[in-house]
Write a protein that binds this ligand. Structure first.
Ligand code: G4P
Length: 200
């Protein structure tokens, strides 16, 4: 998505070789016009997939996910994160370990909001090691529902999240794929390389 890549180039701040800070339009201040365009793009990519719900995780997934849900004319559910939780029968619960933050979150979704006949589009802001998206997918599967696909705003392609999710059998669509972060330079995966990878 060109508008997103341009915005990342313009406003993204590289921290070391691993972290891309995008606080000025996605993770702290939010640009609604860009989120709306992101929602349109996800809705186009999954237009034929009979999506019944969008699922994300608080907090930064919510902004792009709400626009995708709006365009797909379905509800959005966001999983909640808790450090510890007393057992509750009416919640689906999964653990997600964050390598970036070196902490484990327990994530929960109410059993009232997911059903066996749902087809779910999972959306998240970043894909690093894939653990958050994988935990969301496991919650969908606990409910007996189907994961129609996973939509990511920014994928760090130098980490293994895409591989993890594809190996688990999920379709992954990322709107910007960052190949490397080096000093202040942000390189994206070449479109030709993306096409070639799909053909192979
Ligand atoms: P994973 O799910 O792909 O395995 O990623 P990981 O656990 O490593 O990421 C944990 C948190 O760090 C997530 O936010 C994720 O969005 C964020 N993150 C990972 N890499 C980057 C990066 O390069 N830049 C930025 N800005 N964020 C990154 P979170 O803890 O869920 O926080 P939030 O959604 O409440 O903001």
């Amino acid at each position: 998505m060109e508008a997103l890549k341009n915005r990342i180039k313009q406003d993204g701040v590289v921290l070391g070789s691993q972290v891309l800070k995008v606080d000025s339009f996605l993770n702290h201040r939010v640009d609604p016009a860009l989120m709306s365009a992101i929602g349109d793009t996800f809705a186009d990519l999954f237009a034929e997939d009979r999506i019944t719900r969008v699922l994300t995780i608080e907090s930064s997934g919510i902004a792009p996910a709400v626009f995708a849900a709006l365009r797909l004319e379905v509800d959005l559910i966001f999983a909640r994160k808790r450090k510890s939780l007393t057992l509750r029968d009416d919640l689906y619960t999964e653990k997600a370990y964050s390598f970036t933050k070196q902490e484990e979150n327990e994530i929960t979704v109410s059993k009232h909001f997911l059903g066996a006949d749902d087809r779910i589009l999972i959306i998240d802001d970043f894909l690093a090691n894939g653990q958050a998206a994988l935990a969301l997918a496991r919650i969908v599967e606990q409910a007996g529902a189907q994961v129609a696909g996973i939509g990511i705003v920014i994928e760090k392609s130098f980490q293994n999240g895409r591989q993890v999710l594809q190996d688990a059998g999920y379709r992954v669509e990322s709107l910007a794929r960052v190949a490397s972060l080096d000093g202040n330079e942000i390189r994206f995966v070449e479109v030709e390389a993306e096409v070639k990878a799909e053909v192979e």
